[in-house]
Design a protein around this ligand. Sequence first.
Ligand SMILES: [Zn+2]
Length: 274
Amino acid sequence: MAAERAQAIGANTFQIFSSSPRMWRPAHIEPAHCERMRELREKYGCSPLVIHTNYLVNLCSQSEEVRSKSITAFHGEVERALALGAEYLVLHPGSWRGLTREQGLLLAAESVERALDGLDWHTSHFKILIENTAGAEFSLGGNFEQVAELMHRLRDIAPVGSCLDTCHTHVAGYDIVTPDGYEQTVRQIEETIGLKHVHVWHMNDARAARGSNLDRHQHIGEGTIGSDAFRRLLHDERFVHCAFIAETPVDEPGDDERNVARLRSLAAVAFPVK
Ligand SMILES: [Zn+2]
């Protein structure tokens, strides 16, 4: 249904969960459904397909039990992503509470490597995208340096890139609202992650203030980031290779469609002719 729904709301890329986002029990996806996904995406020209990892996964947990469950779950995430033909699997780097940040980084990299064991990702156009976070205490990835550091450690053992979230970037303290601040922020991305390694932008306005570390998504143009910042990002040629995906709230039916339409109007790109 995901490909049909994306098409129906005027989207030409989409993000899904391939399993219940808050349960450990893995989903089994029938080969016929994977095939149907490929057919529909081809028919609608819907690309890339992005999968978001289950929220319970914490690959740098101090608890060995949680870490072990997370590795098993992430193995399943990659397996399903490959079966579905997804281009990207978005991963939050995790929380290192109870450890040092350095230990957290090491554990996260080691866990990804273990999770990939036995999976043949080499032949597909597939990447694990490390997402920047809102910068809450103990969360890995609250700044671009930390995302880059994890990517660097994974570079030789996993296909890796990055997904940046506008809301997380803003509440973590980066300025993407003023023209000068935006330029400076892009320069920081360039010097750490590298612009070509950013494959997806999560387009979310924010309910909370810049620097608040509060991860509360808002409808495009109705939050503390505002329409101008989204327009600027959508017109920035340095990110022309990226997919832009809304993770905005659904307060009322039709909100998804309205946010996609808003992004399209800011990008000044007409709806595709059906
Ligand atoms: Zn996000």
